[in-house]
Design a protein around this ligand. Sequence first.
Ligand code: MN
Length: 704
Amino acid sequence: MPEAATLFKEWSGYLKAEDLAQVESAYHFSQSAHEGQFRKSGEPYISHPLAVANILAQWHLDSQALTAALLHDVMEDTSVTKTEISRKFGKPVADLVDGVSKLDKIEFETQEKAQAENFRKMLLAMARDVRVILIKLADRLHNMRTLDSVDDVRRNRIARETLEIYAPIANRLGLNSIFQELEDLSFRHLYPDRYRVLAKAVKAARGNRREVVSKVMESIKQRLKDNKVEAQVHGREKHLHSIYRKMREKSLSFSQVLDVFGFRIIVKDVHSCYIALGVLHGLFKPIPGKFKDYVAIPKANGYQSLHTKLFGPFGTPIEVQIRTADMHKIAEAGVASHWLYKSSDTSLSDLQKKTHQWLQSLLEIQSESGDSIEFLEHLKVDLFPDEVYVFTPRGQIMALPRGATAVDYAYAVHTDIGNRCVAVKINQELMPLRAELRNGDRIEIITASHARPNPLWLNFVITGKARSHIRHYLKTMHLQESEQLGERLLHQALDSLNSGLPKIEESRWDKLVRDSNAKSRQEILADIGLGKRLGVVVARQLLSLGEPLPGDNLSPGSVVIRGSEGMAIQFAKCCSPIPGDPIIGIINKGQGMVIHTHDCPGIVKTRMDPERLLDVAWDPESTKLFEVRVKLVVANQRGVLAKVAAEIAEGESNIQNVAVNPEDSGSYTDMYFTIQVSNRLHLARIMRGMRLIPEVVRINRVKG
Ligand code: MN
């Protein structure tokens, strides 16, 4: 590794003096921050960030990226903070360093193939600024180059991660030489024996073939020259890991993989591409079906070239790519994406498309204007604006649409998890279920067996799956609850006729279902629950007793109301009954049962219609909270609202709504609170507390 001063001199070849000055000061800053730290190899730690910056300088990255590269480990390994970096080197640099540090924190844990792709996407999505990825790749490249001094376990993990995550990212970004070096280094550390054997064999084979290859090359050059085609001819050689991969994936022998000669011909214009092709087909016989014209019809990623395969001397196939210098530049610089050309999946995923679009625009801007500001703006693209990637508790990665909440996640994992979720831990912290998920979050859903979907969730879930499952659940629950209520009401009616449900014979039910044009017994029960049929009428039909008589006792006992029955039982808005209030149930056609307080002024008329009235009672075990309205008249004093609110909180209640009406006189104000209480005692306690506030003149519960 050259001295820092030597490198600075080299970098001055493309950096402006003032930019280089910042880079140098970052070097000194980092050096003193890492003072006393050493690499596993024994070198001072600063040698690593310096080498990383130098890799980026080979790509001619801007001074901000180089500065960040020099500082990339200080936040992790020293006491330097982001604020400090921001103050000294500017916010863009601090953001880059922060971005790299964040990527360092997430580790690739699972060994599953399918997860690797998601992990790569997550890294790219988290990076936002592509320079973060480039710094991370340079960091990884240098670590891979110096992996020998690291212990076996770590070496194995880093090499595997590089092979599965970072090499493919480099490949995708078109950083061809980095990609190949990362793959070969990983290969060497993961399978040292295979690597050694293969490297030796390839070296030998290439030595043996050198003569044949140069003969073929010469004859191609000569023939092109004879036909007045200006061209450069290059041999192409595969890197070791790609030979290894081909042997494994296609079960080919070493000689089968290597026994193809590869050439690339660069010509000056499109016209010459076709002339060169004709010349070659005259020189060697083309293999039928192997010619591809990506010049006339470019690949989806913009890649252009003519591909053909020829029968070479001694029957060795020759693969040739013919393209113009411009096409070549694009192909090598990244847009043509070597990975697509060789990659096993044929269709462009969204990721690939976006990466490609980004790279394409990057190249265009660079070549057309050379405007570095615009260039930098384009580096800051969000590669995946539509998706977020999160971890399950087991380290699996899930992709969800951007804006997805914990409930969306729960339903994406499993319908049952969605239906039973009650809370969520995001990165170990309890968060509301409506919390929006961010890239890299680790999500843990907390479920409870008694829990069920809340209709309010429909206000914030964004995935179709969550939405339809919640709707479906609410619909079937509504029906189930109606059935259960109907069954209870029917029981009661049968009891009053000195019979009981278990005594009813099946044939009677069948007859009733037939006679009443219902689809099933459940439908009849649901109808009773919904008030479309009267329990006592159905009971008499089942017992073949005919129409009810005026003397029949219609309400022999109480129906117990828990308050959590949902839509089959509703609590009247007019009087807002709470446990402890004397209550009465009223059957409304199609709506089921509505619970009112005994003294509700809204039900005076209905009281004349005994068939619709039901005696009901509170379940003493109920733990639900009920809303109730309270009116206060208070003297106009500063802070009185806060005092009342504090008193309500003190009484362990929640305020759902507040309305304030100043009286005309100006000295008093009416306040209406809607609060949640568990029962009358609870309410009484809160009202007692409010009465003690000096400004409170009058207080009463509002009904009707
Ligand atoms: Mn590092």
